[in-house]
Ligand binder design. Structure first.
Ligand SMILES: N[C@@H](CCC(=O)N[C@@H](CS)C(=O)NCC(=O)O)C(=O)O
Length: 253
């Protein structure tokens, strides 16, 4: 798919989910140990979980499980037993293990915000239907596995769930079964809104202090997603098209 078409269908996908998974909490604290999610990017239930993670501003280690995948099947079975399916969440902080968007989102909101699931993230019929439409808009079925080299260490991706430019990168990480730390950079104020080179805000960009966005700006001089760090190759990359080409060149077989 041409890159511009890829981004347009990604915009449609986010629109069908009414851009949920854009805003990030200002109050939720990151737990000491990162959560783990066994995930398939285009799966409607997995999308609802990733939307919740963005809105709670929680980072997560993703183990991608596309259809036909085997790289993380043993871990998934060890955690959840045979016939466990995605989405499957492991919280090493509380030793909780959960399967399915409804149980996972209820847990995440209770544990990290002491609040019930907001209506738009509940795994009810309406939300599962719009999430299924968002999957269909990507003009592909369930993500299928592609042969790849396994990296020694997980990659790191700065993203937020509804980001149209980040979605194709997450899809490729999923196809290639590349584990990655997903650093969620949801929007925390009006100045965060808009494409990186054209924020809907006048003047210099200042993220809220003491946030992941502020740390990223201080360390790298800009805040733009997708932003990929590959510690295996000591590579840092912006620009979705370049990241896709890099992942293919480095890991696809
Ligand atoms: N040309 C870039 C565009 C990236 C971009 O504009 N990303 C948006 C999110 S979809 C962004 O970083 N917005 C600023 C922000 O979130 O702070 C690419 O293809 O990766």
């Amino acid at each position: 798919m041409k890159h511009s078409l890829n981004i347009i269908s990604s915009v449609v996908s986010s629109t069908l989910r009414q851009w949920h998974g854009s805003a990030g909490s200002k109050s939720v604290k990151q737990p000491p140990q990162m959560l783990i999610l066994f995930d398939n990017e285009n799966n409607p239930e997995c999308r609802l979980v990733r939307e919740a993670l963005t809105e709670l501003n929680l980072d997560v280690l993703i183990y991608p499980c596309p259809q036909g995948a085997d790289r993380f099947a043993v871990q998934l079975q060890q955690y959840g037993g045979s016939n466990t399916s995605v989405p499957f969440l492991v919280d090493p902080n509380s030793h909780v293990k959960l399967e399915g968007a409804e149980a996972i989102n209820a847990y995440l909101f209770q544990q990290y915000k002491q609040a019930p699931i907001p209506k738009h993230l509940d795994a009810n019929k309406v939300n599962l239907f719009t999430s299924r439409l968002a999957s269909i808009a990507r003009l592909r079925g369930a993500i299928q596995v592609k042969a790849s080299r396994e990296p020694q260490q997980p990659l790191m991706l700065y993203s937020f769930e509804s980001s149209p430019y980040s979605r194709p990168v997450r899809e490729r990480l999923c196809e290639l079964q590349l584990p990655y730390h997903l650093i969620n950079l949801g929007k925390q104020q009006f100045a965060d809104v808009g494409p990186a080179n054209f924020r809907f805000h006048l003047g210099e960009y200042h993220p809220l202090p003491n946030t992941k966005r502020a740390t990223l700006l201080a360390q790298k001089g800009q805040v733009q997603v997708p932003f990929l760090i590959d510690p295996n190759q000591s590579i840092e990359l912006l620009e979705s098209k370049d990241i896709l080409a890099y992942l293919d060149k480095t890991y696809a077989q």
